[in-house]
Design a protein around this ligand. Structure first.
Ligand code: P61
Length: 471
């Protein structure tokens, strides 16, 4: 056997290596869990990775939500919390950060993203109105439906094909929006629900051109656009990389321009903004803001804290600025791509092109012998945990829930298992371990059987549903 000289990743790709723009100051030990422990834990969790105890997990890729490592500056900011009930100094810092980086005039803080979704849906949707959106997100659609809205998917068709290489698979299909407006009448459209880097499509971006054209279209009919800005900084990276005219523009400038085409935004700051908890809702319209400022006191807390401690708002203000730094975003998305590249080279089917926050494994092609009714993506998440203690998340038929009218499962075209990368938390070696585990699960795919659902809660069933193996 000939032994080749080991090569760094940079050498393998004929370039100089890059590294994360930070160093590690504090560590949190990880625990390896034995196979016997994992088998027991998985049965106790009903084969649902959401129901595992985190102590039983080795590398946690369930989500990038609230799992980021905060910087030394953010932790220092936590010590500067002004815990006044009203008018906390940290609220003003946060307000200033949102105005500076997203450009909206008025902001209410919320405890997390869905708190903001609730307020926006309750104030801006009348029962029976349609809410077109570039693919559904679980909590977003539920809040829209609970307010009496009817969600309509208006993402481009390419988004539903995991192998399509369209550079902006998150784009809105403008013809679908226009047809809907013409069929239902502009007064029956609550607003367009636009998301940056579309989560359920695989973290796929929206182009600036698409946002600009959507604005022009909505202006013609007097329809508002609200943005899910949760991963908008990551979306900006793809614009900088792929869209003509943006290569020399900083991430912060791209985010600001994109937001200028919208009437307001909601945010789960647990993602881009590098905090463990927090969110906000920001708009340009004073009358809507007055309504929101009033409603927030019913559900979240006074309008200058929205369910958060002063220290949380300070960490969020600092994290907002850090999230817009070009070298941070480049390293963050670069790490996701590193994992994606390994899997692609090994022939493991994943959503292409690789998106911003996660690798989405195409469970349909991974387990072609398991029908969607036997939950292939849920099965894959369970199998990966069994193999190595790595936790991932189902994003397929379980997540899609049931049709509100017929009661049948919604069978989405995308049946995916998400390996979500927390920001600034894991190293390249962790990514290697993850890739090797997925390879072993892939090599054993023929012996794998599906699952059946034995318990199903009413709302957002994927969080708490329980399963049993079929063989
Ligand atoms: C996630 F399995 N995302 O991706 P909140 N908009 C968008 C999100 O990604 C998002 C929220 C709004 C999570 C957490 C989560 O089905 C699930 O701060 C684009 O979580 O309330 C959250 O923000 C809501 C996981 C949410 C799920 C819902 O992991």
């Amino acid at each position: 056997m000939t032994q080749s000289t080991p090569q760094t990743m940079g050498q393998q790709f004929g370039r100089r290596s890059w590294a994360e723009p930070w160093k590690i100051k504090m560590v949190e030990p990880l625990r390896m869990v034995s196979r016997a422990e994992r088998e027991k834990a998985l049965v106790e969790a009903g084969y649902n990775t959401f129901l595992l105890r985190s102590d039983d997990v080795y590398i946690d890729l369930l989500t990038d939500s609230g799992t980021s490592a905060m910087s030394d500056r953010q932790w220092a900011g936590m010590m500067l919390g002004d815990e006044a009930y009203a008018g906390s100094r940290n609220f003003y810092h946060l307000e200033n950060a949102i105005q500076t980086y997203y450009g909206y005039r008025y902001m209410v803080p919320t405890h997390q993203g869905r708190g903001a979704e609730h307020l926006l849906s309750q104030t801006s949707i009348k029962p029976g109105q349609y809410v077109p959106g570039n693919m559904y997100f679980t909590t977003t659609r539920l809040h829209q439906e609970m307010a009496g809205g009817i969600f309509v998917d208006v993402i481009i068709d390419e988004a539903h094909d995991p192998a399509d290489m369209h550079p902006f698979k998150g784009n809105v299909d403008l013809a679908k929006v226009e047809t809907l407006i013409q069929e239902k009448g502009a007064a029956n459209i609550a607003y367009v629900s636009l998301a940056g880097t579309v989560n359920m499509a695989g973290g796929q971006p929206v182009s600036m051109e698409n946002a600009r054209q959507l604005r022009a279209l909505c202006d013609r009919y007097g329809v508002k656009i609200y943005l899910d800005a949760t991963r908008m900084a990551e979306n900006a990276y793809f614009i900088q990389e792929r869209e003509p005219g943006y290569a020399d523009k900083p991430i912060a400038a791209i985010v600001l321009e994109f937001c200028s085409y919208t009437d307001g935004a909601w945010m789960s700051a647990k993602k881009d903004s590098l905090v463990n908890i927090g969110g906000w809702l920001a708009v340009n319209d004073w009358d809507l803001f007055e309504e929101l400022r009033n409603l927030v006191v019913v559900f979240e807390g006074l309008h200058t804290y929205g369910g958060l401690a002063g220290r949380d708002m300070e960490a969020m203000a600092i994290g907002t600025a850090e999230s817009m730094q070009d070298d941070h975003i480049r390293a963050r998305i670069g790490q996701v791509r590193y994992l994606g590249q390994l899997l692609t080279d090994w022939g493991i089917p994943i959503v292409q092109p690789v998106g911003g926050h996660a690798i989405f494994v195409d469970a349909r092609r991974f387990y072609p012998h398991i029908p969607q009714s036997e939950f292939p993506a849920q099965t894959l998440a369970a199998e990966m945990y069994l193999d190595s203690g790595i936790r991932s998340m189902e994003r397929g038929v379980v997540s899609a829930g049931r049709n509100a009218k017929t009661g049948d499962h919604n069978y989405p075209k995308l049946e995916l298992t998400r390996l979500t990368i927390p920001r600034r938390v894991y190293t390249q070696a962790h990514m290697d371990v993850v890739a090797e585990s997925l390879k072993i699960v892939y090599d054993n795919r023929d012996q794998t059987h599906g699952l059946r659902m034995v318990y199903e809660p009413k709302y957002l069933r994927f969080f708490q549903a329980r399963f049993e193996p079929l063989a």
